[in-house]
Design a protein around this ligand. Structure first.
Ligand SMILES: Cc1ncc(COP(=O)(O)O)c(C=O)c1O
Length: 342
């Protein structure tokens, strides 16, 4: 199968499996797992943040941040297709007791301007509006098609938010793909954000895990909330060992995934019956619309599956995600089969 449904489907490499087998471990609830501690130190160093915490999932990392920065009855401001809003099971409401204020990005890029964010804020409006407790950003933006936010843009939003006392959390599930696309380090891309979450288990290829980063105090509190969420893990150095390789080695080859997505997008743009602006494909995600009246997005995906290719249909659109288990030959094959189906 050529699996283009997501970069979450990557399987650990031989080097990761070897490191897992040989990992030194301890009880991480006591903060005594040396491999986890090393991973946390390494991640904090790479991002230029004070501290980091290994969490089982990106969702948990994001939701701990939402919980820690807000009070019940607050609002969080987020782009309307943001993952924290759409795909994390209503956790902001369930756990933090906050409302979501989704904001449309007028350019369609998913990257909000400060003006768009500002118009959605509630500051100093006691007794009739939910106060804004947190702004959540996403880089790259999954549902907008892997679009990227520059370091300058992100820093400006953070600076303006901080001037009025609002913290900013960055969902950087795929921030390494954004970093490769922009030629800016992950530290630069998250510089002024109060906290950032990134996934080891997506394009970086680890089997499990995400990192949450912020100040020492924030991470100390996050450790408590990780336990409350049921995410206190024990001899989890076996997973952190794979995470260390994902963090230090995979970014060196991540450019291939972005390049493969670009090639796929250019090929799709040449097909009749579908539409995509290949210019806008910056990272490893592409979303294209089905314009043909003869076949729907879900029918195309069903036909692709019959020929060994997996992709996701969302309404009238198809999403394809490249990752290190997808080669350039797989991309050419996908284009050939897609062309014959359409
Ligand atoms: C942008 C974004 N944030 C967060 C997550 C959540 O990660 P996890 O599946 O590890 O909970 C995902 C997962 O697809 C994502 O795409």
């Amino acid at each position: 199968m050529i699996d283009l449904r997501s970069d979450t489907v990557t399987k650990p490499t031989a080097a990761m499996r070897k490191a897992m087998a040989e990992a030194e471990v301890g009880d991480d609830v006591y903060a005594e797992d040396p491999t986890v501690n090393l991973l946390q130190e390494k991640a904090a160093e790479i991002f230029g943040k004070e501290a980091a915490l290994f969490v089982p999932t990106g969702s948990m990392g994001n939701q701990i941040a939402v919980k820690l920065y807000t009070n019940q009855g607050d609002e969080i401001v987020i782009e309307e297709r943001g993952h924290i809003f759409n795909y994390e099971m209503g956790t902001p409401a369930v756990v933090a007791g906050v409302m979501i204020r989704p904001v449309k990005s007028q350019t369609g890029s998913g990257i909000l301007t400060w003006a768009e964010i500002e118009s959605a804020l509630h500051v100093n409006q006691p007794y009739y509006a939910c106060p804004t407790g947190l702004i959540c950003l996403e880089n790259s933006h999954n549902l907008a098609g892997g679009t990227v936010m520059t370091a300058t843009h992100c820093a400006e939003i953070c600076d303006r938010a901080h001037e009025i006392g609002i913290p900013v959390h960055l969902d950087g599930a795929r921030i390494f793909n954004a970093s490769v696309a922009l030629g800016e380090s992950v530290a630069e891309l998250s510089k002024n954000c109060d906290s950032v979450q990134f996934c080891l288990s997506k394009g970086l290829g680890a089997p499990v895990g995400s990192m949450l980063l912020g100040t020492k105090d924030f991470i100390e509190e996050a450790r408590v909330w990780r336990k409350r969420f049921g995410g206190g893990m024990r001899q989890v150095g076996v997973l952190a060992a794979a995470g260390l390789i994902a963090l230090t080695e995979t970014p060196k080859i991540l450019h291939r995934d972005n390049e493969n997505a670009k090639r796929l997008a250019e090929g799709v743009a040449n097909l009749k019956g579908v539409s995509i602006d290949a210019e806008k494909v910056a990272t490893n995600i592409l979303i294209f619309d089905v314009t043909s009246e003869n076949i729907s997005a879900s029918e195309i995906c069903a036909r692709l599956k019959e020929q060994g290719i997996l992709a996701s249909a969302f309404g009238n659109s198809i999403r394809m995600v490249t990752h290190y288990d997808v080669s350039r030959e797989d991309i050419e094959k996908t284009l050939q089969i897609l062309s014959s189906i359409i």
